[in-house]
Design a protein around this ligand. Structure first.
Ligand SMILES: Cc1cc2nc3c(=O)[nH]c(=O)nc-3n(C[C@H](O)[C@H](O)[C@H](O)COP(=O)(O)O)c2cc1C
Ligand code: SF4
Length: 494
């Protein structure tokens, strides 16, 4: 076999934890430093540390392990069924090198869109059908239009990089793997809405992302590619609720990160009372490709109401753990079974069985195995009592009891509740205590009635999305796995 002309070595958090430094050292010793490039996520995180060998004839070989001892199959559906838009440069570009990003097309969409009237940029976004990837799925073009329409010359663009859902690492991959893409998306947004100042609010738990963003911002400013659009970083302090947009804005202002009622929405009155555009990392990262290839091109992918592609972090009881970007509308079965390889075999050799797929983290729900043919889009998941969420997708096998899963998420919400409103502050704690009784199989029939009533009350009366959606994992598991709750009522047969 002919030797590879160059190597790409993943230098993202997950591969670092698996020994990427040692793998890189080895490759450098064997092939020379000029032939080994550090890149972002190569997707199949569970097999890390990962390296790719690029051959003259275009062939790519993929290896896993500190000594690159495992050859992986780049023709596996895990890779071939992906559709890279947001992640098109992730794993190819050196995230620490602006020249490399420029050579691979970074900032060309920004340069082109500066020749367009801001209104034309917003129209292109509207044509694409892109919806916010932070969870709620609000149409991005409409949000941009709203901010653009506000009076006054001082407006702000904010990127939500708080990514707090357990099991979610999509945004981290963009930040660590292709930071210039985010900066370009934000600069395009600034041109479209008329802002000259931007903030990226990133969680403190992402030190590598912070380091790469700092470097990317400095390089972009020095080189003048952002043409006067100034971006600052703000680091979170570990509170999940600071991902909620109004809490996040309070936190940037230097106040306590607690949500406030909306309206007014940030588009009208956000940071320091200024009209503020706030979008998620993945939302901004989709923008350069949309401007480059056109809203119609993007809108042709996906389903009638969920356009384009979505990045998911695939984890849990699944053979191939990692990062995937697929067209909206791809079925859960394709993702879990074909791409993810299903549940690994048990140690006794018997086949592992998918019990459910959890999407949307603490605000989401569980789709049971019988409904795996569900297409992944906003409406289909919502119809099943789950949500698309930001992209965490956790596969659950038979070893996990559903009341236990519900208790885990409720405990998370109780711990992360900011305490501002009573239904969430007290309700999540009471719900967690009730769920304890089901997990410990000492619940009563009355507990089941109270569980459902309290879920309804907390959902209906909480101030922000955290409390409003905290009961979702309970309600969704009650809907599809009620028998497990009933069996946990004291006295029921085991
Ligand atoms: C408790 C809570 C946590 C949230 N965390 C995040 C987050 O980490 N990242 C994010 O982009 N959006 C998060 N959101 C959603 C944001 O409030 C907001 O809708 C989003 O940043 C808007 O961007 P988008 O339109 O691009 O999705 C959260 C919402 C709630 C209620
Ligand atoms: S719902 Fe919960 S997190 Fe949201 S404001 Fe009320 S107490 Fe705070």
């Amino acid at each position: 076999m002919k030797a590879a002309i160059s190597w790409r070595c993943c230098d993202a958090t997950s591969c670092r934890a698996a020994g990427a430094a040692a793998l890189r050292q080895r490759l450098v010793a064997q092939h020379g430093v000029e032939r080994v490039k550090s890149v972002g996520c190569l997707r199949l995180c569970g097999q890390g540390p990962l390296a790719a060998a690029d051959h003259e004839d275009g062939r790519v070989e993929l290896f896993g392990g500190v000594a690159a001892e495992r050859q992986l199959d780049p023709e596996h559906p895990f890779f071939t069924l992906q559709r890279s838009v947001v992640l098109e440069r992730c794993g190819l570009v050196d995230p620490g090198c602006l020249d490399d990003a420029l050579a691979q097309g970074a900032y060309t969409a920004l340069a082109a869109c500066r020749q367009l009237a801001p209104k034309a940029v917003v129209e292109e976004l509207e044509r694409s059908g892109l919806r916010g990837r932070g969870g709620a799925g609000y149409p991005t073009g409409r949000k941009w239009q709203l901010v653009a329409a506000q009076p006054g010359s001082s407006k702000v663009v904010v990127c939500n990089a708080d990514e707090g859902d357990p099991g979610a690492f999509m945004d981290r991959a963009v930040l660590e793997g292709d930071p210039h893409r985010l900066l370009e998306g934000m600069a395009i947004a600034a041109h479209a809405v008329g802002a000259s100042e931007g903030f990226i609010y990133v969680r403190a738990e992402y030190p590598l992302a912070i380091e790469r963003l700092r470097r990317a911002i400095a390089a972009a400013e020095t080189r003048g590619v952002l043409a006067g659009f100034a971006i600052q970083l703000r680091i979170g302090a570990g509170a999940y609720v600071c991902g909620e947009e109004t809490a996040l804005l309070h936190s940037i202002e230097g106040g306590r990160g607690t949500p406030r009622p909306r309206p007014p929405y940030p588009a009208v009155s956000g940071l320091w009372g200024l009209p503020t555009l706030i979008n998620n990392v993945e939302t901004f990262a989709a923008v350069p490709a949309i401007l480059r290839q056109g809203g119609a091109w993007y809108g042709a992918m996906g389903t009638a109401t969920s356009k384009g592609t979505k990045v998911f972090a695939l984890s849990g009881a699944i053979t191939h753990t990692g990062l995937i970007e697929v067209e909206m509308g791809t079925s859960l079965r394709t993702i879990v079974e074909t791409m993810g390889g299903g549940v690994p075999a048990n140690p006794n050799g018997s086949l592992g069985v998918v019990k459910a797929v959890q999407t949307g983290g603490p605000s989401g729900g569980c789709v049971p195995a019988a409904l795996l043919d569900t297409p992944v889009d906003y409406e289909s998941l919502q119809a099943l009592g789950s949500i698309m969420g930001s992209g965490g997708m956790v596969v659950i096998d038979e070893s996990l009891a559903m009341p236990e899963l519900a208790r885990y998420f409720m405990g998370f919400c109780a711990a992360e509740s900011c305490g501002k409103c009573l239904p969430c502050r007290a309700g999540t704690v009471q719900l967690e205590q009730l769920l304890d009784r089901f997990v410990e199989r000492r619940a009563t029939g009355a507990d089941l009635v109270q569980l459902e009533q309290l879920c309804g009350m907390v959902k209906a009366t909480s101030l922000c999305g955290l409390g409003q959606s905290a009961p979702n994992p309970v309600l969704s598991t009650l809907r599809f796995f009620r028998a497990e709750y009933e069996a946990a009522i004291a006295g029921a047969a085991p």
